[in-house]
Design a binder for this molecule. Structure first.
Ligand code: PEP
Length: 249
């Protein structure tokens, strides 16, 4: 059985005042029946981890460097995230791929570092609108998976997030059939590469304009084990609606 996961990506949003949203979330879900993860900006990670200590909520990073330490000004290692209280890290988000030119090999190296440090790697894959319209979605996803997912992956240390780039922050969402097609494809690829046991145990998240109003339908799609949520994770009330829907799914 895969434990469902609601993961929030705060991106570059939030100062210490935003921690009140996290505290409100912890009050609303003292004993969540699904995993709940919030990935705040790195500046808030330690405080965020402290504020949810001994609750059912955990925190994660939004990126890490592939090296364990060294001359990499401005970067953060997986060990540092762990030390700050993280148990997971988002890697290969399309905004990192676009803003920082991250390639599949970079994502794979970061994922290796994260797994070596004991973090769960949430590896993001997803097509652009142009790629979807050219009917290249599955080829793109397959290539990103082969290039970004390390060989050492297991159901414990790997989570894959399918995030169509054109659905992120736009209010546009693929049809349920389109989501199902990609999630089934990802599952099959994982089973083929890692064997049925591991392939079936990796959690697959959908991300892209998930809101309380569409969450129930999305969580009803086969092989959707939860969501990676951007905008709607910033407010406890919105994210609570999504967690509620996942708990009922
Ligand atoms: C994201 O950035 O991972 C994301 C899914 O954003 P949003 O929910 O705002 O579309």
């Amino acid at each position: 059985m895969r434990l469902k996961l609601a993961a929030g990506n705060w991106k570059m949003n939030g100062t210490t005042a935003a921690l009140s949203e996290l505290e409100a979330l912890a009050r609303a879900f003292p004993n969540p029946t699904v995993d709940v993860l919030i990935c705040p900006p790195a500046t808030l990670l330690h405080q965020a981890a402290e504020s949810v200590r001994e609750t059912g909520i955990t925190v994660g990073g939004q990126d890490c460097h592939a090296a364990t330490s060294g001359a990499h000004t401005g970067d953060i290692s997986a060990d540092m995230l762990l030390d700050a209280g993280a148990n997971a890290v988002i890697l290969g988000h399309s905004e990192r791929r676009e803003d920082h030119g991250e390639q599949n090999e970079d994502v794979r190296a970061k994922a290796r570092a994260a797994m070596d440090a004991g973090l769960k790697a949430i590896i993001c894959v997803g097509e652009s609108l142009e790629q979807r319209e050219a009917a290249n979605t599955l080829d793109i996803i397959g290539g990103q998976m082969s290039g970004s997912i390390p060989d050492q992956s297991t159901g414990e240390n790997l989570i894959v997030a399918y995030e169509p780039i054109w659905a992120i922050g736009t209010g546009k969402v693929p049809t349920l059939n389109e989501i199902g097609e990609v999630h089934d494809f990802i599952r099959t690829r994982l089973e083929r590469r890692f064997g049925e046991g591991v392939g079936r145990s990796v959690r697959l998240l959908y991300g892209g304009s998930v809101k309380p109003s569409n969450a129930e339908d999305i969580f009803g799609v086969s092989n959707v084990d939860g969501a990676l949520v951007g905008g709607a994770s910033l407010k406890a009330q919105d994210f609570s609606g999504i967690i509620d829907a996942l708990q009922k799914a």
